[in-house]
Design a protein around this ligand. Structure first.
Ligand code: GDP
Length: 369
């Protein structure tokens, strides 16, 4: 070929002959690039990687992924675990403690924009640190950011800059925590790093990872998102996922309740007020989640009749695990956590039973607000 073009992602010579070899681009796309004398062309593989969609989530126990994590302990690297503040315990990568080695490890709590305006950063960080410590993880630093809004990123980027002088930076995280959004935002903000993604495979494995070159000779490395059954999102149809992924801060809604009352969070959550005085519970959930009050004695039947119709979301998810409950006694003002959906603030001295599909994402913490 006279007009030889190089993929600006991976440097391979572009070719239309063999989709399994480096630099492949379908003939039509390649011809278009040649005609247009376009010098900024990605091969199909880099194009897909660049747009992330093709990177399949991997299972946490995937051998290749464990090998990748293992390799981290042996090299000098900064490890960044991106977590979803609304599904924190399920997005914290507990197995990291085996792989961090002597490396620095930081936690980045994403989707901070969803917390109500008056939320105190220090309280949220204290809670994150306690939870991480409980799992044997000791983050050097904790950041609260909004990748989608590109907010509160400066401090993080400054830290990454300072810590990438003598090592690569590895981003790890469960799927849907916003890792891709964050990396794109970082590329956007760090004007000096090239907006080019060099792709490479982890040696000897089938795992894709993306290396973004920094101008100091080191790399930001994006590892595949990890999926477990412990995330509600793993069970949700994209339509429902959209409904529980709010774009605006969660607006508190307060309900005056007596023991014997139940609140439904669509068909994805339920809380029974079992013992205590007449009091108020505050629900922090996306507006799209229909909150309904009924009686505990009536709740099972109500759910059977109305789940997926009046009680939405879900609107499209099939085969969701059944709602399963757990009892909690609040000894101080607490947030009952419905991972992936939101939380409900309950005063001290209450006995409640909280339910989610298969108890996924259920938890409790000292009230943050
Ligand atoms: P990944 O699977 O970790 O790479 O996650 P994505 O970057 O694809 O994001 C998952 C979902 O979270 C998408 O619906 C994003 O729009 C949303 N998201 C990402 N960052 C933020 C954020 O800062 N705030 C909010 N509200 N949503 C976010």
């Amino acid at each position: 070929m006279d007009n030889e073009i190089i993929c600006i992602g991976c440097g391979a010579k572009l070719q239309a002959e063999d989709p399994n070899k480096a630099g492949f681009l379908p003939t039509s796309a390649l011809n278009k690039a040649i005609e247009a004398e376009d010098q900024e062309v990605y091969c199909q593989r880099c194009f897909r990687l660049r747009h992330y969609n093709e990177i399949m989530p991997v299972d946490l126990n995937n051998d290749d992924f464990l090998a990748l994590l293992n390799s981290l302990a042996e090299k000098k690297a900064l490890i960044v675990n991106v977590v979803d503040l609304f599904d924190f315990s399920n997005s914290l990568l507990s197995s990291l403690k085996r792989f961090v080695g002597n490396n620095k490890f930081i936690l980045v709590g994403n989707k901070f924009d969803l917390f109500p305006k008056n939320s105190r950063q220090s309280k949220i960080k204290d809670w994150m640190r306690q939870e991480a410590n409980r799992m044997g993880l000791y983050p050097e630093k904790i950041f609260l950011i909004s990748a989608a809004r590109q907010k509160f990123l400066d401090e993080l980027i400054e830290y990454l800059n300072a810590n990438s002088q003598d090592q690569d930076i590895y981003f790890v995280g469960m799927t849907n925590v916003g890792k891709s959004t964050l990396i794109n935002a970082i590329i956007d903000k760090m004007g000096d790093i090239k907006d080019l993604i060099t792709t490479s495979r982890f040696p000897g494995t089938t795992l894709d990872r993306i290396e973004i070159p920094l101008d100091n000779g080191h790399y930001l490395v994006d590892t595949p998102g990890i999926m477990t059954e412990n995330q509600l999102v793993a069970h949700l149809d994209p339509k429902d996922l959209a409904l529980v992924s709010p774009k605006k801060p969660l607006k508190p809604a307060t309900y005056q309740l007596l023991p014997g009352n139940t609140l439904f969070l669509g068909g994805l959550g339920r809380i029974d007020y079992l013992k205590g005085e007449s009091t108020s519970f505050t629900v922090y959930a996306p507006r799209e989640v229909y909150v309904h009050r009924t009686k505990v004695s009536n709740a099972d039947e109500f759910y059977r009749k109305h789940n997926g119709e009046m009680l939405t979301p879900p609107v499209a998810s099939k085969d969701l695990p059944e709602l399963k409950g757990q009892e909690f006694h609040t000894t101080y003002k607490s947030d009952l956590l419905f991972g992936g959906i939101g939380f409900i603030t309950v005063p001290e001295g209450c006995v409640v039973k909280a339910y989610t599909p298969g108890q996924i994402g259920l938890g409790i913490r000292r009230a943050l607000i």
